[in-house]
Design a protein around this ligand. Structure first.
Ligand code: AMP
Ligand code: ZN
Length: 465
């Protein structure tokens, strides 16, 4: 079997994946900032990470997955300027920052469940690990990496020689990007806050005592503190969206490696964006972003159609959202479920999956999670010259382990056009009269119109292909 190959942003190559400890994998995925609903772009990234985790498990690794909940310190500007997103979200909703954190965390978990994204082994909230974050900042201070300005304690990026190793941008380019948000007290534009002081005269809802004064942690320090706390030396893979490469993950690496003197995560993996028409990134700061609720559930569309849609683009390629592409995905998933249902009609499910197809499927998933090609293998399997029961066992193993599309879910009879319903009624009458020729003819006619007819013990069901 082909060993698992993953694209590592750190080396810009596909590498064979080997964990630090034999068959155990430590996985850290940057979680949501819970000041609003996740949009379907965020959810694309979590689907990619879910596939990664499931493929690791399917390869026999035992995965320990940690995901953080950012419930403090993520400012409206990624570079330590602007307002805390939690505090502004709380004002928008007329609730406390703690209340909106709880509300949007639950909303996020429900989105995950609806997309069959497996929950992490450990959820951790930034506000639950303030002590650990303060301890890490103290270590950096003792080692001479920090300095104080009027608004906080900053990390001096010029003291960390490898600062640009993840972004591969030279320091000048990174500094140019950072200059957009002016903070004249910073020694270098790329320097970032480890601890921010509560502004004078402003009562923040979330603030803590610290050796430097009352305030709150900078955004990046939480992920360093929590990944080290919960994964310890098992720092195998760290993920997020591509927007995290230049700032958030670059800063996490700098502060962690400066503090420990050891390499912080071997593999860095990043999912490309979901874009809307014209190649524009879907972003929470645009108020018209799409959620799972408004784009799928309210429209009566199965949210797993979005999971299916996400498989049709490789995670390192941009994915474009349009009504047409989602309709195509909805039809594609329905068609696949119909195909699986027909396999189930062909006899009992086999005890074991087909070995050759399993190897072919793994070959694609193990090639840097190539889901478009893995889905093509599923189609080949369904058409293959094998007993239906074997095909069913194989496709359902893929579904339970990696795909998570509930391919054997009974599909409710959908709103059928009256003419189709009438043909169905005529067919039922023909069967009652034991007029099998007429019944078969009606079945063929329905098939030609794009409908699948399924006879079962409860009567007959008609599905749109
Ligand atoms: P946030 O809740 O804003 O911290 O983002 C959560 C995750 O979604 C991060 O890993 C981001 O990199 C990712 N993300 C943000 N926007 C998009 C997008 N349009 N498409 C895919 N992933 C995104
Ligand atoms: Zn993070």
């Amino acid at each position: 079997m082909k060993p698992l190959q993953l694209y590592n942003t750190l080396t810009r190559t596909k590498e064979s994946f080997t964990p630090i400890f034999k068959d155990r994998v430590g996985l850290y995925t940057c979680g949501p900032t819970v000041y609003n609903f996740a949009h379907i772009g965020n959810l694309r990234t979590y689907i990619f990470e879910d596939i990664l985790k499931r493929v690791l498990s399917y390869n026999g690794f035992t995965v320990r997955h940690v995901m953080n909940i950012t419930d403090v310190g993520h400012l409206t500007g990624d570079r330590d300027m602007g307002e805390d997103k939690m505090e502004s979200g709380a004002r928008r909703e007329g609730l406390s920052a703690w209340e909106i954190a709880e509300f949007y965390t639950q909303a996020f978990r429900s989105d995950m469940a609806r997309l069959n994204i497996l929950e992490p082994d450990i959820w951790c909230k930034a506000t639950d690990t303030i002590e650990d974050q303060i301890a890490l900042v103290r270590t950096l201070e003792e080692k001479g990496y920090t300095y104080r300005t009027s608004d906080g304690i900053y990390f001096d990026t010029s003291r960390f020689a490898d600062y640009d190793k993840l972004s591969r941008q030279n320091r000048e380019a990174l500094q140019e990007g950072a200059r957009v948000e002016k903070n004249l007290q910073k020694r270098n534009p790329t320097d970032f806050a480890l601890w921010k002081f509560s502004p004078q005269g402003v009562q923040r809802q979330m603030e803590w005592e610290s050796p430097w004064g009352v305030g709150f942690p900078g955004w990046h320090i939480e992920c360093s503190a929590m990944s080290m706390k919960y994964l310890q030396d098992q720092l195998d893979i760290h993920c997020g969206g591509t927007d995290h490469i230049d700032v958030h993950h670059t800063n996490e690496i700098a502060q962690s490696e400066a503090a420990t003197g050891k390499r912080f995560f071997n593999f860095w993996m990043h999912g490309e964006f979901l874009n809307i028409a014209g190649g524009k990134k879907m972003a929470k700061s645009d108020d018209n972003f799409l959620t799972l609720e408004n784009a799928f559930i309210k429209q009566g569309i199965d949210p797993l159609a979005y999971r299916y849609a996400a498989f049709l683009s490789h995670y390192r390629k941009p994915m474009e959202y349009s009504d047409e592409s989602m309709t195509a995905a909805t039809n594609g998933l329905r068609h696949l479920r119909n195909q699986v249902r027909r396999l189930a009609e062909g006899g009992p499910v086999a005890l074991a999956p087909d070995h050759e197809f399993k190897m072919r499927f793994l070959e694609e998933t193990n090639d840097d999670l190539n889901m478009p090609r893995a889905m093509a293998v599923v189609q080949e399997l369904i058409r293959a010259d094998l007993p239906d029961g074997v095909k069913l066992a194989t496709v359902m193993e893929f579904d339970r382990s990696v795909l998570g599309l509930e391919l054997d879910r009974p599909v409710a009879e959908e709103n059928l056009p009256d003419a189709i319903r009438a043909m169905g009624q005529q067919r039922l009458e023909a069967r009652a009269d034991k007029d099998w020729a007429k019944s078969d003819r009606l079945r063929d006619e329905l098939q030609a119109l794009g409908y699948t007819v399924q006879d079962d013990k409860d009567g007959m069901k008609i599905f749109k292909e």
